[in-house]
Ligand binder design. Structure first.
Ligand code: ADP
Length: 245
């Protein structure tokens, strides 16, 4: 398979305002792609289109080469294998880390299969694997509300991973994190990419420089350029509109 996601000439018009003006974006399997650009560039809007929160005015979003996401409702898109972590964690503060992970699986499965999974221990194994991935093995029974800011973010990433996504959308995942937490998040994204592509909107250029292989720059609802961070930084249009040179 050549790409997991293909946004093909996607346009979004909000009552006459063209937020996306023909976005072509391809994401490969197992890649971590950074999406950058100034405020208002259309980064959130393209994530919204991919996860079904906003419907494209025209264009197609093909997932795993065949599924046209434009025709699906948000929950169906989750079931197809696209997960999104928003900036603000939506964890259940009163529940433990374990319970949060356990509950999150219901978004994808129906209750019968959750119960079946419990009986076979499949869910428990899955939770253990995710706990290890997000580094919260020692906090299994801790109330989610008592976790540090970074740990809460990782828990929410873990809740998305419980759905076995093929594509994970992250919106500024390191906002408010300490230096160490940022580092761990950068490493986590690459670990996750062993089983799932990651598309991440990020403003912190030091972080992007350190953890990116491929970067897509958006500006005024269009893709301005793509490439590794060196290519992107040397691109004269990027320097003009984004880095202010
Ligand atoms: P970014 O995430 O790159 O900062 P957005 O995708 O949030 O940019 O927004 C792109 C443009 O679309 C902005 O000018 C924003 O004001 C506009 N926009 C976003 N959502 C709406 C909406 N629901 N109605 C009207 N305009 C919107």
């Amino acid at each position: 398979m050549s790409q997991i996601l293909w946004c093909d000439n996607v346009m979004v018009d909000f009552d006459g305002f063209k937020a996306l003006q023909g976005v072509d974006l391809m994401i490969e399997p197992n890649e971590v792609r950074f999406l950058i650009g100034p405020n208002g560039a259309g980064k959130t809007t393209i994530l919204d289109v991919i996860c079904g929160k906003t419907k494209a005015t025209s264009g197609r979003v093909l997932f795993e080469e065949v599924v046209n996401l434009g025709s699906l409702q948000e929950h169906k898109i989750v079931q197809k294998g696209i997960a999104r972590k928003f900036q603000n964690p939506s964890i259940f503060s009163q529940l433990s880390v374990f319970e949060n992970l356990e509950l999150s699986i219901r978004q994808k499965r129906n209750l019968t299969s959750v119960l079946f999974a419990r009986m076979t221990g499949e869910t428990k194994n899955h939770i253990e694997k995710v706990l290890e991935q997000i580094g919260l093995q020692d906090f299994v029974y801790k109330q989610a509300g008592e976790l540090s800011h970074g740990q809460k973010q990782w828990l929410e990433i873990g809740m998305q991973l419980m759905q076995n996504p093929s594509l994970l959308l992250l919106d500024e995942p390191i906002a408010g994190m300490t230096g160490k937490e940022r580092e761990k998040t950068g490493e986590l994204m690459h670990e996750i990419s062993a089983s799932c592509s990651v598309l991440v909107v990020e403003h912190d250029m030091d972080f992007v420089r350190k953890y990116s292989k491929q970067v897509t720059v958006m500006h005024e609802g269009k893709i301005l350029c793509e490439g590794n961070m060196t290519d992107v930084q040397e691109n004269e249009h990027v320097q003009e509109v984004y880095l202010g040179r």
